[in-house]
Design a protein around this ligand. Structure first.
Ligand SMILES: Nc1nc2c(c(=O)[nH]1)N[C@H]1C(S)=C(S)[C@@H](COP(=O)(O)O)O[C@H]1N2
Ligand SMILES: [Mo]
Length: 443
């Protein structure tokens, strides 16, 4: 039985074992595995490698029987074994689930794209699955001189126009908000999970405004309005629209937007806090001054140490977080581990990420995994060999404009600790001798 198994699938089996061997630091074992892979595998060697591991010694049912038919489900679902990877709500954070948040499970994601079904959700008055054949986008001016041809577009009309696809992160301005005062939540899902990244497809807003005859000299501001009951409206400066980056988007990761994320139409405002990415987008109005809507004059403002408010901020500043090892995870063995995380900046590309395992005393540059795109998540990795002693993991991102992610100490000097929004401080995770990782704050 054993030799038959080895004849059938030696390479894939060895690859997995090699990875496990590296992870657990069993170097001698690894050398043996590599040697065995290189040449024809002798039976004794294979037996030694397999040990008495039942996962190898007993041929599993899936290697003997007939599998599932194609199209068992018309829309594929994740493996049964991945059920634990879920968006989650923070119990007690909000009073009703319609005006609430679900956080993306950053600790379990790879690369930079967030699977659409795990994209964080932030609704002010619940989500809707709007019939696209009845959805309209109206574009008008606050007076007719700002826009020559006010127009109402159907989805069909919009989807005939030249489109573009671009990968961008979206982060709620309140992400990491619970941590302002002190450590508040246990896992990276709750500290940083109001963050996601997708490939969005849509029509540049600039193209639509040109079609409608906008007076770009006088129309300095854009008001975007959603079709849900929240009356979600935000002012966007025209300067942001003119460079072509703002999209009226219907696509997300190769398919239509998910209902939770604004189906059938949402605004994509790269680099800007999530609240400006109006979902269920139904109206764009051009104006010659900011609109001072409730979501910019009352909400999403920062209380400064001198008691004044910082309003109309929009860019999400440079930030990063180690997603693994992170709070709630456990290192099972000493030896080699990969430190992995995400970095992003609303001002452009991430230039560098430094990683520390001693709470910020020493820093080493992490590897930035490509592609490194503007206003998009960037994946970074760094090597860590655990000697069994306590450690403090931190990451610090620098963007292409030279902005450096601040420590809590530096951020609180200018912003005190009573804010809710715009916390881009360096996150620390403490590794204990028993392998448990927890959330701590170091200044
Ligand atoms: N129409 C509408 N647009 C909206 C919101 C909303 O409640 N209604 N919430 C905003 C906020 S605060 C954020 S952070 C993002 C969240 O987008 P997501 O739910 O796709 O993650 O949508 C923004 N756009
Ligand atoms: Mo938000």
């Amino acid at each position: 039985m054993l030799s038959r198994f080895i004849r059938r699938a030696p390479e894939s089996f060895l690859d997995r074992e090699q990875i496990q061997a590296v992870r657990s630091g069993r170097r001698g074992f690894l050398a043996g595995a590599v040697a065995a892979a290189a040449g024809a595998m002798a039976t004794e060697r294979a037996l030694a490698l397999a040990g008495d591991d039942p996962a190898i010694m007993n041929l599993p049912a899936h290697s003997k029987g007939l599998g599932q038919p194609v199209a068992a489900s018309g829309y594929g679902q994740p493996s049964e074994w991945e059920k634990n990877l879920q968006r989650r709500q923070s119990p007690g954070l909000t009073r009703v689930p319609q005006s609430s948040v679900s956080f993306a499970p950053l600790q379990g994601l790879f690369g930079i794209i967030t699977p659409s079904g795990l994209h964080f959700e932030r609704h002010h008055q619940g989500w809707w699955d709007i019939d696209p054949s009845r959805h309209r986008l109206m574009i008008n001016g606050s007076d007719d001189s700002l826009l020559k041809r006010p127009t109402v577009f159907s989805m069909d009309e919009l989807m005939r126009l030249p489109s573009t696809s671009r990968m961008h992160f979206i982060e709620c301005g309140a992400n990491t908000g619970m941590e302002w005062g002190n450590v508040a939540v246990p896992t990276v899902q709750y500290t940083h999970g109001m963050l996601s990244c997708s490939e969005f497809t849509g029509v540049p807003l600039r193209t639509l405004l040109e079609m409608c005859g906008a007076d770009f000299k006088r129309a300095k501001f854009v008001l975007a309005e959603g079709a849900d009951g929240s009356g979600m409206t935000r002012t966007i400066p025209m300067s942001m629209v003119l460079d072509g980056q703002v999209l009226v988007a219907y696509g997300q990761n190769g398919e239509m937007l998910r209902p939770e994320n604004g189906y059938p139409l949402r605004l994509v405002v790269p680099g800007v806090q999530g609240v400006s990415w109006i979902k269920y987008l139904r109206r764009i109005e051009l104006g010659d001054m900011p609109y001072a809507t409730k979501d910019e004059s009352i909400h999403y403002v920062d209380l400064l140490p001198d008691g004044t408010h910082r309003q109309y901020t929009s860019i999400q500043e440079v930030k990063s977080v180690i997603t693994s090892p992170s709070g709630g995870q456990v290192l099972l063995e000493k030896g080699f581990h990969t430190i992995t995380g995400l970095a992003w900046s609303g001002r452009g590309k991430v230039k560098r990420v430094d990683v520390s395992v001693d709470g910020g005393r020493n820093w080493t540059p992490a590897r930035l995994e490509g592609p490194v795109l503007s206003k998009c998540l960037t994946r970074f990795n760094a090597d860590f060999v655990w000697d069994g002693k306590p450690a403090f993991f931190q990451s610090r991102a620098v963007d292409e404009t030279g902005q450096i992610q601040p420590t809590y100490g530096e951020l609180r000097k200018v912003r005190a600790s009573r804010s809710i929004y715009h916390n881009n401080a360096i996150q620390s995770w403490a590794l204990a001798e028993n392998g448990e990782v927890g959330n701590v704050q170091l200044s």
